[in-house]
Design a protein around this ligand. Structure first.
Ligand code: CA
Length: 525
């Protein structure tokens, strides 16, 4: 009898011990699953972030984004795979290139595709997206959303909130809020965190509209840098003779193409040439930087809330932009082209005690990598059809990871729907860039005129050969001299062509898949 009681007590003790262990393990796994805050602005170039440094740094600082870089990792070579808003957003969500997720242009609809949010949601994360969405169909995979319709407005914007929709997402016109979009989005993000159900980890996408065109500043920054002469990039007055014909045809010259409404002031009569470009640049850049300043303020707002609430420790926080932006380099503004300023995305990430602090990583990264990275940190299986790879190894390692991708693939498709920039694809390695231009944009006569391919008398466009561009980024980091055809580089170029083919094929991109492109695709290599 005594023995029975002994065993009964022992069983009870072991059961209790087991129960305690189970609770502890659950609690541990709960706290060890990090929250993820993904902050993305629109068109924020690395040159307008002081942590990255540029000719602008002496007059413009972003202390809050810099804080993230100081306390985390800064990626030096993070690139977009198609430098335009809607496709980049689709790629970030799905972990797939445009030719796989079907969102090639600004008109692309993402619909109900599996994406990083839907996978996290299925794995017990609370998910939300706040701010710019621009993927045209109702956000899929989100417990909540509170998004700007279309591009959204800077002043007194409307938002479509999941809980408040009166009609379908497509037909609902949204609810108007008083104030400045960047501040409202920052406030909404903080309020969402305050009011969320705290029993689950969360995934918060906070997407600022700024600093996208039309560059309307917050009222408090109306006169930002008013009495300062903002430094010009050394190549603001580039005549583009070092670029290929196709790059020269792009409709993105500050002097020729930027309008009075872009710079917020009348253009004095009689200004021409370099004077005109410099005048437009000064007005444009002050408006652009004012927009960036309000974004940085709101990054600070989020960081402050993480500190106050104690969430900072177990939260991964990222700052990025959907692509880069030309801020006068080569005389250009806008993005789209494969050149460095449009191609490079800022990316800083902090996760205390897990990833390194104050570290720069130079490995080649692309925006298909974002989704797999977040899933990896959340301890969730990465769907096999996501094309990127998790960045976790390069973010947590003290040493440089050498076993890593050696080149990145890029393709721009907007020529199908838009004037402005010709179709092209290319490859960027650690040292070189090779680009193949092959298709005229819509409105091709305008483009042809700009590069002397238009015959005024006959109204015909001259046959337009495809064109290659090649840059040695080590010797020419600002891409001033197209060296395609220089015999010294023949061998390198041949190897890069092979790599480009291999990348294109292995990623499943093929011109044959897109009949609408075939007539514009030269196949002479
Ligand atoms: Ca953008």
């Amino acid at each position: 009898m005594k023995l029975e009681i002994y065993y009964l007590k022992r069983i009870r003790f072991l059961s209790l011990l087991g129960l305690i262990l189970m609770i502890c393990t659950n609690a541990l796994s709960q706290t060890s699953r990090p929250n993820i805050i993904f902050i993305m602005s629109d068109d924020h170039a690395t040159s307008a972030i002081s942590a990255y440094g540029s000719h602008l740094t002496e007059v413009f600082k972003t202390p809050n984004i810099d804080r993230l870089a100081n306390e985390g990792v800064k990626l030096e070579n993070c690139f977009v795979t198609n430098a335009i808003c809607t496709p980049s957003r689709a790629t970030i969500l799905t972990g797939k290139y445009s030719h796989k997720n079907g969102v090639y242009t600004l008109l692309g609809k993402i619909r109900d595709q599996e994406n990083v949010a839907s996978v996290l949601q299925q794995n017990d994360y609370m998910t939300t997206v706040i701010g710019k969405w621009h993927l045209h169909t109702e956000p899929y995979g989100f417990d909540d959303f509170d998004v700007l319709p279309g591009q959204g407005k800077y002043y007194n914007p409307k938002f479509k909130n999941k809980a408040k929709l009166k009609r379908s997402f497509k037909l609902d016109r949204g609810e108007q809020y008083e104030g400045y979009s960047t501040d409202i989005i920052g406030d909404k993000a903080v309020n969402w965190m305050k009011n969320r159900a705290a029993d689950k980890p969360f995934f918060l996408m906070c997407h600022f509209k700024a600093p996208h065109r039309p560059w309307d500043p917050a009222p408090r920054y109306k006169d930002f840098l008013k009495d300062v002469k903002v430094p010009e990039p050394f190549n603001l007055h580039d005549d583009n003779s070092g670029q290929g014909k196709w790059a020269q045809s792009a409709f993105n010259k500050i002097g020729k193409d930027m309008q009075a409404f872009d710079i917020g002031t009348e253009i004095p009569e009689g200004l021409t040439g370099e004077e005109l470009t410099s005048f437009k640049y000064q007005h444009f850049i002050k408006r652009y930087l004012a927009c960036c300043k309000a974004v940085d303020d709101n990054v600070g707002k989020l960081l402050e809330y993480l500190d106050e609430s104690g969430l900072a420790k177990n939260t991964i926080i990222i700052y990025t932009s959907d692509q880069g932006f030309f801020l006068g380099e080569h005389g250009w503004y806008d993005k789209r082209l494969i050149y460095e300023e449009g191609l490079r995305m800022p990316f800083v990430v902090r996760y205390p005690n897990v990833i390194m602090a104050n570290k720069e990583v130079k490995n080649l990264v692309v925006n298909t990598d974002f989704a797999p990275t977040f899933l990896d940190f959340a301890g969730v299986d990465i769907p096999e059809d996501m094309q990127g790879v998790s960045l976790k190894p390069i973010l947590i390692s003290k040493k440089k990871i050498k076993d890593w991708r050696k080149s990145v693939y890029y393709r721009y498709w907007m020529h199908m729907t838009d004037v402005g920039v010709p179709a092209h694809y290319g490859i960027r390695t650690e040292r070189y860039k090779l680009t193949y231009y092959y298709g005229l944009p819509l409105g091709m006569r305008g483009t042809a005129r700009r590069i002397d391919l238009y015959n005024k008398e006959s109204g015909m466009i001259k046959p337009t050969p495809s064109e290659w561009e090649f840059f040695d980024l080590k010797k020419d980091p600002f891409e001033m001299n197209n060296l395609y055809g220089n015999p010294k580089y023949d061998k390198v170029i041949d190897e890069l062509k092979e790599q480009l083919k291999t990348q294109k094929n292995s990623l499943g991109d093929s011109d044959e898949t897109y009949p609408e492109l075939q007539k514009q695709t030269a196949k002479d290599w």
